[in-house]
Design a protein around this ligand. Structure first.
Ligand SMILES: Cc1cc2nc3c(=O)[nH]c(=O)nc-3n(C[C@H](O)[C@H](O)[C@H](O)COP(=O)(O)OP(=O)(O)OC[C@H]3O[C@@H](n4cnc5c(N)ncnc54)[C@H](O)[C@@H]3O)c2cc1C
Length: 444
């Protein structure tokens, strides 16, 4: 069918709308927020994001990769800030192009919406919130947030790209036998700002993702084009609740992040003002109702942000759906189930990889054995090109199926960490023997 309604014009919705419109589909997008390009709108979600290979590949499928990368800041590695102040950079990759990119969420969404506005087949209705979906009537209930008008919109084919709290998913759960589970992390997050230095430069190294790992919790910071950084503190909700006065916030930071205090001049004000967000993993399925409805992106598989993959995975979803559309001549009844079958094992895998990476980032990234493990990974990649690819590289610099990265990554973590825990320097490690152990582990 050539008419499709997308619910949600966020990152996945706007990219998918673009891909479909260019294939001759008449796309209608209902987006509950005001047009971000024109108005000051609620920020809601993280201000900046790490864009990596999968996301860049999907953007290249609509010719937007160069435009987006022109407004991105490359991050070469993790810049670790231990409590003792002995900072170090642990590179992500071996070569200059093995980097990830900090992009502004709003700017990226605006670039996608600008491109969409040039497509004659696409119409976007901002401030239009979908409040319900009746699959039998094939219709959406919509409220125009600007006027308060409620109306019913015929929607023969619906794709829910409406994020982690998807209204389309809720309706499908009510009308179909969809399985559903949501797992909240006991940690939440709060965003804080490192403003530019008074001389108009960055206050800390711009080409890195900064981490203050503290065992059980952590803070990270990603650079912005305006020379500021957005910090995100990940902390248990019960610990957040204790930080309810300016004094409590100050003394917590004094104790745990002393080197960050001079970087955060508005710490206490921002801490009180900015919301504490929750972190959830959503697993559900099937994501489709025949050929008439589908969930995609966070609506289908919200994950925690610790591998920097939620958006990248959602963008990869868009590319996979567009390719299936081409193969099956636009027959949604063929496309939707195949999309679910192809993506579900991979989105389950990245959900797990993201949870595992939280432990690595907050607990082990300050451990010298972890830095050694990264050096060993790079040595193995040099010595066995194409035959050894680290877990991080499989996820962030290549487009291996996530399920493959999970399987091979588990073997790597076990074998490499075991080798590194008994060594103090790379020279002590026998790369050939370790590679043989990895191969034996992966073939089991
Ligand atoms: C703290 C944090 C950090 C993150 N960092 C990264 C990162 O570094 N890299 C990365 O790849 N990912 C990251 N993510 C994940 C990423 O934000 C999401 O995976 C991504 O935004 C998913 O895109 P989406 O379009 O599916 O959903 P969203 O971006 O949530 O978009 C959904 C859209 O639907 C609209 N909408 C919702 N309900 C309705 C409705 N009823 N009617 C109409 N419109 C509606 C919303 O307004 C929104 O525009 C992070 C997430 C968090 C929380």
């Amino acid at each position: 069918m050539r008419d499709v309604t997308l619910v949600g014009g966020g990152l996945a919705g706007s990219l998918l709308a673009l891909m479909l419109a260019r294939r001759g589909v008449h796309v209608t997008v209902f987006e509950r927020r005001a047009d971000q390009r024109a108005e000051q709108v609620e920020e809601g979600r993280s201000i900046n994001l790490a864009l990596s290979t999968r996301g860049i590949h999907a953007l290249s499928q609509v010719g937007l990769d160069a435009e987006v990368l022109a407004r991105a800041i490359p991050m070469r590695g993790r810049f670790i800030h231990p409590v003792n102040g002995n900072t170090s950079l642990i590179p992500y990759g071996r070569t200059a192009d093995e980097v990830i990119h900090s992009v502004g969420r709003r700017g990226l969404n605006a670039q996608l919406l600008d491109a969409l506005a040039r497509e004659p087949n696409a119409r976007v209705f901002f401030q239009h919130r979908v409040t319900g979906y009746d699959p039998r009537a094939r219709a959406l209930a919509v409220r125009d947030e600007a006027t308060g008008r409620e109306f019913t919109a015929p929607a023969p084919v619906v794709i829910g790209t409406d994020g982690a709290a998807s209204a389309v998913r809720l309706a499908l759960m009510q009308h179909t036998r969809m399985n559903y589970a949501q797992d909240f992390l006991e940690h939440g997050y709060k965003e804080l700002t490192i403003p530019p230095a008074t001389d108009g430069s960055f206050r800390i190294e711009p080409n890195a993702l900064h981490i203050w790992p503290r065992g059980g919790f952590m803070m990270i910071a990603l650079p912005n084009l305006d020379l500021s950084f957005t910090c995100t503190l990940f902390l248990r909700h019960d610990e957040f609740a204790k930080l309810d006065t300016r004094e409590a916030v100050h003394s917590f930071f004094q104790k745990t992040f002393p080197d960050a205090i001079p970087l955060l001049p508005n710490l206490e004000d921002e801490f009180a003002r900015n919301p504490t967000g929750g972190l959830v993993t959503v697993r559900c399925g099937p994501w489709h109702l025949g050929g008439q409805a589908l969930l995609l992106g966070d609506a289908a598989h919200a994950i925690v942000p610790f591998f920097g993959q939620g958006m990248n995975c959602a963008f990869e979803d868009c590319g996979v759906l567009a390719e299936l559309f081409d193969v099956h001549g636009g027959n949604w009844a063929d496309v939707f189930p195949r999309f679910f079958d192809a993506r579900k094992p991979n989105t389950d895998a990245i959900a797990q990889l993201a949870l595992d990476n939280f432990v690595e980032m907050r607990d082990t990234s300050a451990d010298p054995h972890f830095a050694l493990k990264r050096q060993l990974e790079h040595k193995l990649e040099d010595k066995f090109p194409g035959r050894f690819v680290s877990k991080y590289a499989m996820v962030s610099f290549h487009r291996f199926p996530y399920s493959e990265a999970l399987k091979r990554g588990r073997v790597q973590d076990r074998v490499l960490m075991e080798a590194c825990s008994r060594a103090t320097a790379l020279a002590e490690l026998d790369a050939d023997a370790i590679f043989a152990r990895l191969q034996a582990g992966c073939s089991n």
